[in-house]
Design a protein around this ligand. Structure first.
Ligand code: BJW
Length: 228
């Protein structure tokens, strides 16, 4: 990695799979039993708030039983020692990257441990269980919702991500299916800007053809091998 200074790493559900958190797509995916449009859109929240809250409450509760795996730990070690620019952009809403110690991190799809006021946009730590009728400390409205980016909503920190992608010398995508935009398009942005591109996944993703190189296998093996 001699000529590389600036790195952007995109992670998806696959990096947390070996910690015991389900991925989204595939036979054992999280949405089995839930239609995505029933839980993961602003309209679903308006129509069936109880179902949406239950779905995210169960996912939040599961965080207590899991821990970072060697892939999270290897990225945290890379972050701690890399002298150039480095940004880990995760689509995951779990907190396993920060528990492993990664500091240069963006949660582009939100965080399970955060609550968002739908009225004023303030984010605050989630309180478990959320008391009925709890009000936003800033605007006083009772419109707290999971701080999750639903389909049709704008992912977070897109400007910072775009700037990092345009400066990247290396773009690495780990454990994501490449099925959801705008994250699925990051490889093309980075490539047009001149970055080398590498995918690490259990199987080739929907966007595999856009990567210069793909390594196939579990993240807990491939990521430590990459950063060693
Ligand atoms: C392993 C492994 C192991 C397993 N080791 N690997 C038509 C065309 C293009 C776009 C659109 C369209 N119609 C609508 C859109 C836009 C829409 C979209 O992309 N839809 C698609 C379904 C087509 N996108 C949006 O609405 C986004 N917003 C948006 O576009 O705003 C406008 C905009 C305009 C311009 C610029 C910017 C924005 C918002 C998307 C929000 C996504 N939200 C979710 C749920 C939130 C959080 C949550 O509940 O957890 O985010 S959906 C879900 O998918 C979740 C994930 O973050 C995301 C990606 O999934 P991921 O991580 O890739 O997981 P899987 O399960 O799909 O894949 C796991 C992978 O791991 C697999 O490949 C396995 O092989 C691998 N794996 N074990 C290594 N051990």
């Amino acid at each position: 990695m001699d000529e590389i200074e600036n790195i952007v790493i995109l992670t998806g559900a696959g990096i947390s799979a070996e910690s015991g958190l389900a991925t989204f797509r595939g036979p054992d995916g999280l949405w089995e039993g839930h239609h995505v449009e029933d839980v993961c859109t602003p309209e679903a929240l308006a129509r069936n708030a109880d179902l949406v809250h239950r779905f995210y409450d169960e996912r939040r509760a599961k965080l207590r039983d899991v821990a970072p795996n060697p892939a999270h730990q290897a990225l945290a070690a890379l972050d701690a020692q890399w002298p150039g620019e480095l940004l880990v952009v995760t689509q995951n809403v779990d907190d396993l990257h920060e528990r492993a110690g990664t500091k240069r991190l963006i949660h582009m799809h939100g965080e399970l441990r955060s609550a968002l006021c739908a009225a004023c946009g303030m984010a605050a730590p989630w309180i478990d269980p959320l008391p009925p009728g709890v009000r936003c400390r800033r605007c006083g409205q009772s419109s707290l919702r999971p701080d999750i980016v639903f389909f049709g909503e704008m992912p977070y920190h897109m400007e910072a991500i775009d700037e990092a992608l345009r400066r990247a010398d290396l773009f690495v995508s780990i454990g994501t299916s490449g099925a959801v935009y705008p994250a699925a398009g990051f490889v093309q942005t980075a490539r047009h800007a001149g970055a080398r591109t590498l995918e690490l996944n259990l199987e080739p993703s929907a966007g595999s053809l856009y990567f210069e190189q793909s390594r196939i296998g579990p993240a807990s093996r491939l990521v430590p091998e990459l950063v060693r």
